[in-house]
Write a protein of this length. Structure first.
Length: 475
């Protein structure tokens, strides 16, 4: 067990408690014991961090993209070397297995290595001009101070997906990690200092969203708010940032559907549903919470799924409130007429564990069909054919990921073309992307940006067009 001491802020390269001296208590999801105290920051701490970032940013941006890419690479390599330590912290904070946490540490490393390569690959464009004697080219400019606010679900990748491209693009950043996973973000930022990211370039301010988070969004010197979390919080952040016309990138929730056609391999489809709906206790933005099954195979599929659910290894959810919210939503669905085929209860084990839950008989407009639960709950729906399936998948406020299981290329392509989602998967799970693939969604799942991939550079930089008169004597 990792002995974590107090988790302080990291401002201008120094570990400091909140100015007010206030702390939050962090509880372990796996057994409800106290893990550590966490700085409970407010607007004063945010102001210190933003000032440090603002002061450090110009010199950082003066370094070449190649030099910044080199430092990003060093940070990724140090994280790889310390992956077991990082994963142990994540496992303590979240209650997830060490194996899962190690996989996430590796995913964070890969994001760093991908972004590091951009140091020697950040291509721009040259273009034509209507007047003679001109060259026109594009270059990227940093935004200044970036606020990076994120969820708890995969703490290391969540920091990595934002911090690597943010600093690579020449910004300084203030990270506001989830109050549920503070220590892993601090660990990441400490490694950054070790490899030579200048003090002030990557700061961490801990605390509650309504206090530290809101103050960061409102700070006039923050040029970009990059947020990963719920649609409700995203809406309030967007409204606040809009008041001062700050750029916002919002990566929000999902109500991801997985379609099982009548020509699907049912055993493989069951395996992918289990992985998609229940891994990480369903706390994935890409979690498959709606399973849309053709009538012809519905009964056979349901039987196999319910049998297989019994063997799922359950992991705790992040908090008592989360557990109660999930169980109450399932109870309301039952009251409204849905049938709970498996789970729907708290497991009689230590920690905040919800039994993997499968529901059927909910209407498409029921709360459980539309509201993201962010827990191990999935709902089965019966449809006649592909058109019905596509209509049902698209009948959702969200549009993050979607999957289809079919032997038909024609069906797969039709689904891919018509489904409202940022990521479509054929014959596998609803899952996220690799570091070189842009990830994001449509509708309530985001505001149109893509994180990861070279698309992430568009989030963390502004384009600049340079219009150059080559020979001034001819101008
Ligand atoms: P959340 O919205 O409650 O919190 C996310 C972060 O925002 C936390 O750090 C929190 O402290 C902060 N916050 C809360 N209120 C704030 C405010 N008023 N101003 C500024 N910051 C504030 O979400 P969560 O429960 O941590 O995460 C779950 C959600 O995240 C789900 O909806 C999930 O789908 C989504 N998510 C999306 C992606 C993606 O890439 N699209 C990835 C992971 C998680």
């Amino acid at each position: 067990m990792v002995g974590l001491s107090d988790v302080t802020n990291l401002i201008d390269g120094r570990a400091v408690p909140a100015r007010s001296g206030a702390w939050l208590e962090k509880i372990r999801p796996a057994d409800e014991t106290v893990l550590c105290r966490v700085a409970r920051s407010d607007a004063d701490d945010v102001a210190d961090a933003v000032a440090a970032a603002r002061a450090a940013q110009p010199a950082w941006a003066e370094r070449t993209a190649v030099a910044r890419g080199d430092i990003v690479r060093e940070l990724a390599l140090l994280l790889r070397a310390r992956r077991e330590e990082a994963a142990a912290i994540v496992a303590e904070e979240t209650g997830k297995s060490l194996a899962l946490a190690l996989g996430e540490a590796d995913a964070a490393v890969e994001m760093g290595l991908f972004i590091a390569g951009e140091g020697r690959r950040s291509y721009g464009r040259t273009t034509t001009a209507s007047m003679a004697n001109r060259t026109v080219l594009t270059m990227r400019q940093p935004l200044g101070v970036a606020a990076l606010i994120m969820s708890f679900n995969t703490p290391l990748p969540n920091v990595a997906w934002k911090a690597f491209p943010a600093i690579f693009c020449g910004n300084a950043a203030v990270v506001k990690p989830s109050e549920h996973t503070p220590a892993s973000a601090s660990f990441f930022a400490e490694l950054a200092l070790e490899v030579g990211v200048a003090p002030g370039v990557l700061n961490v301010v801990h605390g509650l969203g309504s206090e530290a988070g809101a103050a960061l969004v409102d700070h006039p010197d923050v040029g970009l708010v990059s947020f990963t979390g719920s649609a409700a919080t995203g809406r309030s952040i967007n409204a606040a940032a809009a008041r001062r016309l700050a750029k916002t990138c919002l990566e929000l929730g999902g109500k991801n559907a997985l379609v099982v056609c009548d020509d699907a391999d049912l055993d493989r489809a069951v395996e992918w549903v289990l992985a998609s709906a229940f891994s990480n206790a369903g706390q994935r933005c890409a979690s498959a919470s709606r399973i849309v099954v053709f009538d012809a195979v519905y009964d056979a599929f349901r039987e196999r799924l319910v049998d297989a659910v019994a063997a799922v290894d359950s992991q705790p959810v992040i908090s008592r409130e989360s557990m109660e919210r999930i169980l109450e939503a399932v109870a309301r669905a039952r009251t409204a007429g849905a049938i709970v085929l498996a789970g729907g209860t708290r497991l009689e084990q230590p920690g905040w564990r919800v039994a993997p839950t499968v529901v059927e008989g909910a209407t498409p407009d029921a709360e459980i069909s539309r509201v993201e639960l962010f827990g191990p709950v999935t709902v089965l729906y019966r449809v006649a054919d592909l058109d019905d399936a596509i209509a049902l998948v698209n009948d959702s406020p969200y549009g993050l990921t979607a999957a289809i299981h079919t032997a038909s290329v024609h069906r797969a392509m039709r689904f891919a073309e018509r489904v409202q989602a940022g990521v479509v998967v054929v014959n596998a799970g609803t899952h996220g992307s690799e570091p070189h693939m842009g990830f994001g969604g449509v509708k309530d799942s985001g505001t149109g940006w893509r994180e990861a991939g070279i698309e992430s550079l568009d989030v963390y930089s502004d384009p600049k067009v340079v219009n150059l008169v080559v020979d001034p004597t001819k101008a």
